[in-house]
Design a protein around this ligand. Structure first.
Ligand SMILES: [Cu+2]
Length: 416
C-alpha cells in the first residue's frame, strides 16, 4: 500500500466542544525538567560513542502540608538549583547507540556519610556503617524499564555478572559507577524501532526504597525517520491508505506517589514498613495538585493555534507510582473529553483506541493523543486509587492523612 504522509491524524479524536473562547493573559510556566538528547551528547574520544553522565543528589522538598522530605534524584548538572523530581528526561532515536555513565557521588544513602580519601576510593562518598561493602543498599543503577537490555547493562544488581564472578549485590558497579551501553547494532538490536514511544528509567538498587525516594525519569524513544511520529506504525486512514501519525506537541506526565514512612532515614534494609504502602502525597511531574479549582502553573500546558490550525498533543503518561491511577481529560463544563491511546508500555497498539479514561498501573506507560482545533481550557487529571482494592483514596483512607488524591492539570489552548 502507498505510504501517505500527512500531518494531521485522522484517527485521533478531533475535539471541537464549542468551548467558549477564553482570553488568556497569563502565560503559565510549565514545570521545566531538563531534556537530554542522548544522541547529541558529547562523544567520548576513547569509545567514539556519545556519552552522557548522570549523578544522584539529595533533594529536600517541602510538601503541601509544610513537612519537608528527602528525595534522591538523578541529575546531569547537579547544582542544588538544578535538581528536579523527576530527574532529567532522556531521549534517543531508535536504531542508534549511546552510553550513559552512572556516576555515583551521592551520600549518604541509608546511613552516615563518609568520604574516602585514599586509594581507588578517593572522592567517593557513601555510608560509613557497616564498614563492609556487602550492604546491598550502597550504590545506584540505571534500569531502562521495559527495554531489552543485556543483563550487564540492565541495572538489576541481582543479575549482574560482576567480574565474571557471578551475581553480587555489592558490585563495584553500584559503588563506583558504571557505563551503561545502549546499543542498536544490527546483530543485537536493543533499542529497535518497535520501541518508539514512552518508557522510563529508574534505579534498581533496593528498588522499593530507591524508587520511592525519587530515582526515576522519563525515557522517550523517537523515530529516526521522523521524531514526531507517535509510533513507528503506519495506520490506515478512512480510505485504507497507510499513513504515519505525527504529533505537534508533547507533554510528559510522570505519575508518582509518596509514602513518608519510606523517606525516614531509619527506613532501610528490609523493615516491615516496606510491606505496607500508604501514600500520603500524589504527584504529577513531582508536583502535588492544588486545592479547589486552582491549578498550579507547573501543571499547566499552553498550546497556541494559528488560524485554521489543528495541533496534535501527545500526553505521555508514565506510571512510576505505587497505586492505581485513572487518567481523564475534563472540559471546562466537567464533561469527559475523548482522546486516543496509541502506545502502551512504549509499544504501538495494533489499533489505536479512542476512550474517555485510561487506567495506569505501576510501571505502565501510555501515549495518548488529543487533537486541538479550538481555543479552550481542558483539565487533564489523575485520580489515585489503592492498589489493593482500587478504591479511590480519600481523606479518611485507612485513617491516614491523604492529601489531594486527584491531581488536576490544565491545558490552555489559545487561538491566534
Ligand atoms: Cu538508587
Amino acid at each position: 500500500m502507498k505510504k501517505n504522509v500527512i500531518k494531521q491524524s485522522v484517527i485521533a479524536a478531533t475535539v471541537t466542544l464549542g468551548l467558549s473562547a477564553i482570553s488568556v493573559s497569563t502565560v503559565y510556566a510549565e514545570k521545566v525538567v531538563s531534556l537530554i538528547d542522548l544522541n547529541t551528547a558529547t562523544v567520548n574520544t576513547t569509545t567514539n560513542r556519545t556519552t552522557t553522565s548522570l549523578s544522584v543528589r539529595r533533594l529536600k522538598k517541602t510538601m503541601s502540608d509544610g513537612i519537608e522530605h528527602e528525595f534522591w534524584v538523578f541529575c546531569k548538572s547537579c547544582a542544588i538549583a538544578n535538581l528536579t523530581l523527576p530527574g532529567p528526561t532522556l531521549t534517543m532515536k531508535a536504531g542508534t547507540s549511546t552510553d550513559v555513565l552512572m556516576n555515583m557521588m551521592m551520600a549518604p544513602q541509608e546511613g552516615t556519610a563518609t568520604t574516602f580519601t585514599t586509594g581507588a576510593d578517593i572522592g567517593r562518598a557513601d555510608r560509613s556503617e557497616p564498614s563492609t561493602f556487602d550492604n546491598p543498599y550502597i550504590g545506584h543503577t540505571i534500569h531502562l524499564h521495559g527495554l531489552d537490555m543485556e543483563s550487564e547493562f540492565d541495572g538489576v544488581p541481582e543479575t549482574y555478572q560482576e567480574d565474571f564472578g557471578g551475581p553480587t549485590k555489592s558490585s563495584v558497579k553500584l559503588r563506583n559507577g558504571f557505563t551503561y551501553q545502549i546499543n542498536s547494532d544490527p546483530a543485537n538490536l536493543r533499542v529497535d524501532p518497535r520501541f518508539v514511544g514512552s518508557h522510563m528509567y529508574h534505579c534498581h538498587v533496593h528498588t522499593v526504597k530507591h524508587l520511592e525516594m525519587g530515582m526515576y525519569g522519563a525515557f522517550v524513544v523517537k523515530s529516526k525517520i521522523n521524531a514526531n511520529r507517535i509510533s513507528n506504525t503506519l495506520y490506515p486512514n478512512n480510505n485504507n491508505v497507510l499513513q504515519e501519525v505525527l504529533f505537534d506537541d508533547e507533554w510528559i506526565m510522570m505519575i508518582s506517589t509518596v509514602d513518608p514512612e519510606y523517606h525516614k532515614p531509619e527506613a532501610k534494609d528490609d523493615l516491615p514498613v516496606f510491606a505496607k504502602y500508604n501514600p500520603k502525597y500524589f504527584l504529577v511531574n513531582g508536583e502535588e495538585g492544588d486545592v479547589g479549582t486552582t491549578i498550579k502553573p507547573e501543571l499547566t500546558k499552553n498550546i497556541t493555534l494559528q488560524p485554521g490550525e489543528t495541533r496534535n498533543l501527545v500526553i505521555r503518561l508514565m506510571g512510576i507510582h505505587s497505586s492505581n491511577a485513572t487518567f481523564s481529560i475534563l472540559s471546562a463544563n466537567n464533561t469527559k473529553v475523548p482522546f486516543t491511546v496509541y502506545n502502551k508500555d512504549g509499544f504501538a497498539l495494533i489499533t489505536p483506541k479512542t476512550v474517555t479514561s485510561v487506567e495506569l498501573s505501576p510501571g505502565q506507560t501510555k501515549d495518548v493523543m488529543i487533537s486541538l482545533s479550538a481555543a479552550g481550557t481542558y483539565f487533564p487529571q489523575v485520580m489515585f486509587g489503592d492498589l489493593r482494592n482500587n478504591v479511590a483514596y480519600n481523606e479518611t483512607f485507612l485513617n491516614s492523612t491523604v492529601l489531594k488524591s486527584i491531581v488536576k492539570t490544565q491545558l490552555v489552548v489559545t487561538a491566534n
